[in-house]
Design a protein around this ligand. Structure first.
Ligand code: ZN
Length: 633
């Protein structure tokens, strides 16, 4: 209550002042288009009315009774704050030119006006409306240009009053111009050409760094690509190119060109890029550590600025620059330690600080000209990109030099190595050669010996076969000889005129006689006399025993010699002699030779004669042995 009185007085004074001013601005400000004028900045030649209630439409505002409420615009921002209110502006143009070849354009450079409605007066006093804006699709504009442009349709010596209703997002500075068609077109073409060059170069640097990233696989180039993208994003949002060419039907994307986001991404990319840049020259854990800390702190401030306690923009920028300076200066110190002074890198950083300030504060009034103020950041970004590119080139050159030096050292080491290897190889070859010769000699010797051995072996085999053949032959001969001998002896005994002594050599005793008799008797086969069985075993004195009935048969049974009472060999001799036609011995002579009694000899001689008679024996044809088996009983 104490302060209520002075406050009221202050209010009263203010009211008087304001009212006075309003009274003074009763007549509208007029823009006179004199001869030779082709372009004129009109913002401070207009009047405005702030509609905080938002209830008035064009008919209300254009009514003669309303005109008193307009005030003269004395600042390009028109009025600060009241962002929710509609800002009405009045423009009265008086065309004093008489050329019919000129037409006039109203041009607004603030392409980021949220909503702008332009009202053209019709001859009948009504108004035609044209609405466009940053929040509306691009195609709604009458003239497809990044700025808001309107053809005034103002004939020579005509005077018209236009109304413009504006809704803002922020305290923006308005840049309104009136231009002739010629000026408008040449200005637009120049602007588009320069912007085209600007984006063209940035995209070339971007593509080049992308290529470097894919071919060298180094994140440094990827971070730089991100930085370029952030700057391109920033520029697209700033000049309206993005809205016109990239997302014309989705105006909500315009809101993503928010300075907070862009600035955050520019700083993020810069921190990562500069850390990697320093690391490529010299490894520094300190720089890595502080880079990540700076990113965390910046992120915290960024989130705070968006959702919590919004700092005043100058404070925010100062903090940001301080955050950036810590890793940046640490990086510079690390580089200085290894004698690397990259001026392009330092200058690029300088440009970056300027860009950050610009990105946040929309315009910085360095120059009088708002166009220069607005576009000043473009050459700065351009320079920054070029300087960072130079830094990258220098770094590539540096790495290349390091590579060349390392390569040279490697080549030297390789050469030395090669020489050593060569020496060792030579020695080794000599040794191998000597050893090979030795082995070859040994092998040749071995081969020769082998051949000798084989030859000897063959000879031995041959000899062996000859010996075995000889043996076989000998054996055969031996056998033949033996057989022959026996045959000869027997033949001799049987055929020839032997005396008793010779005969005794062939049949020396009883046994040999029995054997002969046995062989002669069972020459064909054996049949038992008793049972007729044909299997036998040999018994004593060349007898045979029947395997069935056990009958033992002497070889003399059923022969001429059966039951002979004198030695059988003498009987054999007697039979032999009886078969000799050249010898005719009497019983007496026989008794003398055989030392037997005469009667014995005579009896046996008779027996032989009987046997001869029985079988009708022919001395010429048959041997004496055929008589031996004659059975006389
Ligand atoms: Zn028998």
């Amino acid at each position: 209550m104490i302060y209520s009185k002075p406050n009221l007085i202050l209010l009263l004074i203010l009211c008087c002042f304001t009212t006075g001013k309003t009274v003074a601005q009763m007549t509208p400000t007029v823009v006179n288009l004199d001869e030779d004028v082709s372009s004129i900045s009109v913002i401070q030649m207009m009047d405005f009315y702030l509609d905080t209630t938002s209830v008035y439409d064009i008919d209300d505002v254009a009514a003669p009774s309303f005109q008193d409420r307009f005030q003269k615009i004395s600042d390009p921002h028109v009025i600060y704050d009241y962002l929710d209110a509609a800002l009405w502006m009045r423009l009265t143009v008086n065309n004093l030119q008489d050329s019919h070849t000129k037409s006039w354009y109203f041009e607004s450079w603030g392409f980021d006006i949220k909503n702008i409605s332009f009202y053209f007066p019709n001859p009948d006093g009504s108004f035609a409306e044209s609405t466009a804006g940053f929040d509306l699709p691009f195609g709604k504009r009458d003239i497809h240009h990044k700025n808001f442009n309107y053809l005034l349709n103002l004939l020579p010596s005509e005077k018209k009053t236009y109304y413009i209703k504006v809704n803002r997002n922020y305290n923006q500075e308005f840049v309104f111009h009136l231009r002739t068609n010629e000026k408008f077109i040449s200005h637009s073409l120049n602007e588009y050409l320069l912007l085209g060059i600007y984006y063209g170069v940035l995209i070339l640097i971007l593509i080049f760094n992308l290529y470097l990233f894919f071919s060298l696989k180094d994140r440094l180039y990827l971070y730089f690509v991100c930085l370029i993208l952030a700057c391109i994003w920033f520029s697209l949002g700033r000049d309206g190119f993005g809205f016109q060419y990239i997302w014309p039907n989705t105006p909500w994307i315009n809101r993503l060109t928010n300075e907070n986001f862009i600035e955050f991404f520019i700083i993020l990319a810069t921190l990562l890029f500069s850390n990697r840049f320093v690391q490529k020259y010299t490894k520094s854990d300190k720089v890595i550590k502080f880079t990540y800390w700076a990113i965390l702190v910046k992120m915290a401030f960024f989130i705070n600025q968006l959702y919590f306690f919004e700092l005043y923009y100058i404070t925010y920028i100062s903090i940001t620059i301080l955050i950036l300076l810590v890793p940046f200066s640490l990086g510079l110190r690390s580089l200085a330690k290894v004698n690397i002074y990259s001026w392009s890198y330092i200058m690029a950083y300088g440009c970056l600080f300027l860009v950050i300030m610009y990105s946040y504060s929309k315009t910085i009034d360095i120059f009088d000209n708002p166009v220069l103020n607005w576009y000043f950041v473009y050459p700065v970004i351009f320079l920054e990109m070029v300087l960072f590119s130079f830094s990258i080139f220098r770094q590539i050159k540096f790495l290349q030099n390091e590579y060349i030096v390392a390569n040279r050292e490697r080549a030297l080491a390789l050469e030395k190595n090669n020489q050593l290897t060569l020496e060792m190889n030579t020695k080794l070859k000599e040794k191998v050669k000597a050893r090979t010769e030795e082995i070859e000699a040994m092998a040749a010797d071995l081969a020769r010996k082998n051949v000798e051995l084989q030859t000897t072996n063959l000879k031995l085999q041959e000899l062996n076969s000859q010996v075995s053949q000889m043996n076989k032959y000998l054996e055969e001969n031996n056998h033949k000889l033996q057989v022959n001998m026996k045959q000869v002896n027997q033949d001799m005994a049987l055929m020839k005129g032997l005396d008793f002594e010779d005969f005794k050599n062939v049949f020396p005793d009883k046994d040999s006689c029995l054997k002969f008799l046995s062989e002669l008797k069972w020459k064909e086969r054996y049949i038992c006399k008793k049972c007729g069985f044909n299997k036998f075993t040999n018994g004593p004195n060349h007898s045979k025993r029947c395997k069935s009935c056990n009958y033992l048969e002497s070889p003399t049974v059923d022969t001429l010699f059966h039951k002979v009472k004198f030695p059988i060999e003498k009987a054999f001799y007697m039979l032999y002699l009886s078969n000799r036609k050249d010898i005719e011995l009497t019983a007496t002579e026989l008794s003398e030779i055989l030392e037997l009694r005469r009667e014995t000899c005579w009896t046996f001689k008779n027996k032989i004669a009987l046997a001869m008679e029985k079988v009708d024996h022919n001395i010429e044809l048959n041997g004496w042995e055929s008589l031996a088996l004659v059975h006389l009983e």
